[in-house]
Write a protein that binds this ligand. Structure first.
Ligand code: NDP
Length: 260
């Protein structure tokens, strides 16, 4: 199936690396104008040529810390000035933060909720009215499989992710009459920049390939996922072909989640 996003404009948070970058490349190659948001200018500048290499439309990169309300507003205005509209919002920026419950301070809870939940609320709320008005919109919330099956010692991440799933369902109900479709994609373990960073921080002489293989052994399919595999599904959900799918939380995890 050839998936086309011609004439659409997408904003992808955390679009400079990992899954966000893979989605940006896929969306742009499928015809969408794409804006990527991330904090680091260096990462954004490195990502731009990778996206434009196969892009059919415009691509822009905006420095933004999505955990800050003012930054999101400024980034939204920059995207509107640069691309003129937003049809697709991908709330992807995030990082894992976990620990035993009694060690998680108020500050850590707040930071995690700001980065994962409030970022999605704030960016979606800004783009929502124009999507409803044009009777076409897509919101994709990138979460993790802990949202459905939270384990011990997985706070605050899984709590923020579960809230993201509830947000997805509420928005799906409100957007459906206006053809604004809202879905969540739940990540298991997928090779990304985050994995490379974790390897660099790890002591011992295990290679990156060995670490990836090791993580893959815990997955029923026997391997970690590829960012491109994740981007393929995101592209489908963002397209007209995904036009009757809303309010779902799809595991993209090689069978890893114990919950459907
Ligand atoms: P990466 O670390 O590879 O990339 C993260 C991206 O988000 C970067 O572009 C980073 O750029 C950006 N980012 C991080 N914090 C912020 C912030 N405060 N504001 C704006 N941008 C930010 O992550 P992945 O691609 O692996 O992960 C993508 C999403 O999937 C995340 O939400 C992650 O939690 C989730 N996930 C991934 C898993 C995996 O196996 N890969 C497992 C479970 C969940 P910069 O640092 O410059 O801001």
């Amino acid at each position: 199936m050839e998936i086309k996003l011609d004439g659409r404009t997408a904003v992808i948070t955390g679009g400079s690396k990992g899954l966000g970058l893979a989605m940006a490349i896929r969306f742009a190659a499928s015809g969408a104008d794409v804006a990527i948001l991330a904090r680091g200018r260096e990462g954004l500048d490195a990502a731009l040529p990778q996206i434009t290499a196969t892009a059919k439309g415009k691509v822009m990169a905006v420095a933004c810390d999505v955990s800050k309300a003012d930054d999101i507003k400024r980034a939204y205005e920059a995207v509107m000035a640069g691309l003129g509209r937003i049809d697709i919002v991908v709330n992807n920026a995030g990082q894992s933060r976990t620990g035993p419950f009694e060690t998680v301070t108020d500050e850590v809870w707040q930071e995690d909720l700001d980065l994962k939940l409030f970022a999605a609320i704030r960016l979606t709320r800004l783009a929502w009215p124009q999507m409803r008005e044009r009777k076409w919109g897509r919101v994709i919330n990138v979460l993790n499989i802990g949202a459905k099956a939270p384990r011990a010692n997985s706070a605050p991440t899984t709590i923020s992710r579960a809230a993201g799933m509830a947000l997805t369902k509420v928005l799906a109900g409100e957007g459906a009459p206006d053809n604004v479709l809202v879905n969540a994609m739940l990540v298991g373990v997928i090779v990304s920049d985050q994995i490379v960073r974790r390897h660099a921080a790890r002591s011992g002489n295990i290679t990156l390939e060995e670490q990836i293989a090791e993580a893959g052994r815990g997955v029923p399919m026997g391997r970690m996922g590829k960012a491109e595999e994740f981007a393929n599904l995101a592209c489908f959900l963002a397209s007209d072909q995904g036009g009757y799918v809303t309010g779902t939380a799809i595991n993209v995890d090689g069978g890893m989640s114990p919950v459907m």
